[in-house]
Design a binder for this molecule. Sequence first.
Ligand SMILES: [Zn+2]
Length: 382
Amino acid sequence: MKFSLSTADNNARLGFLETAHGIIETPTFMPVGTQGTVKAIEQRELVEIGAQIILGNTYHLYLRPGLEILRAANGLHKFMNWRKPILTDSGGFQVFSLSELRKLSEDGVRFQSHIDGSEHLFTPENVVDIQRVIGSDIMMMLDECTPFPSTFDEAKKSNELTMRWAKRGRMQFLLTEELYEHSQAQFAIVQGSVYAELREISAKQLIELDCEGYAIGGLAVGESAETMYAMVEVCNEILPQEKPRYLMGVGTPENLLEAIERGVDMFDCVLPTRNGRNANVFSRFGKINFRNAEYKNDFTPIDDECECYTCRNFTRAYLRHLFMTKEILGLQLATIHNLYFYQWLMKETRNAIREKRFAEWKREMLASMAMRSESGRRSFGK
Ligand SMILES: [Zn+2]
């Protein structure tokens, strides 16, 4: 994997991340495909939307379909027929959020599957091995996602465990090889909760591991947006300029623009897909909820300037009808639009950074997105 920065506009960066499955332009948004599928849409639609990389999840894929099948399929790319890059989360977050009866030790984390209650152990080492079998282009280290809120001492203890695990994970990565015919990269995850001092220690120690990239984890878990941005700033002051920075699990369009302004390159979040399935769509002029009766007779598209398949072909009235009748096409069309919107937002962001007008563009975009309340009329560009 090779990362190159092409230009910057203050702290906002424009770059290229080269992987064996293609080049990713950054800043980038990665649609979440937890179980080897981005919910409600097809792989060909992901390509049409312009997704350059998607996310998979180690915890879920390890439990189902399981390593035997993934190995027999020659990895996740072939199994799901996705030819572009894949990043896999380590599964740590899911162990802590989904499974019951987990037991944390120096060795790793023992947990019960949320599916059948069977017992499993994730260690920093076997999480690397599992991601070798999955064959993701970018793998994440096992970390302890520090609960929020945590006291300084709790967060410190948790952070120290994550740092010890990171050393072991990096060692395992360096001692093992890829299983298929493409190279893999490994990102470490900066933790430290909402404590600047711990974030600094974490970032400084992880840099020594010389990973291919760095993630900022444990945010967007209940702290305020201001605190999240402050932590991002602390981390980005320390993380090396020449490596990609990934803010995990974030966020709203506003969160993305604020974090990009502070030097973040990569994002993933379930918001566009999950909200889409719940009849909520994003647009340049704010959010729309199709459960709202005002769209009953609205024969305009979500956004008449959006070039996604949904907006080019269907009206708000029809989308509302699909959601009211619980037709699965509604889920698909709303997901297509939302992911297209996030990709569009990143494309416009990259153009603005290239032309050194990011701050100004961001201000206009945020004002425009805030302009439209649930009951308001479209006002952008009219
Ligand atoms: Zn659209």
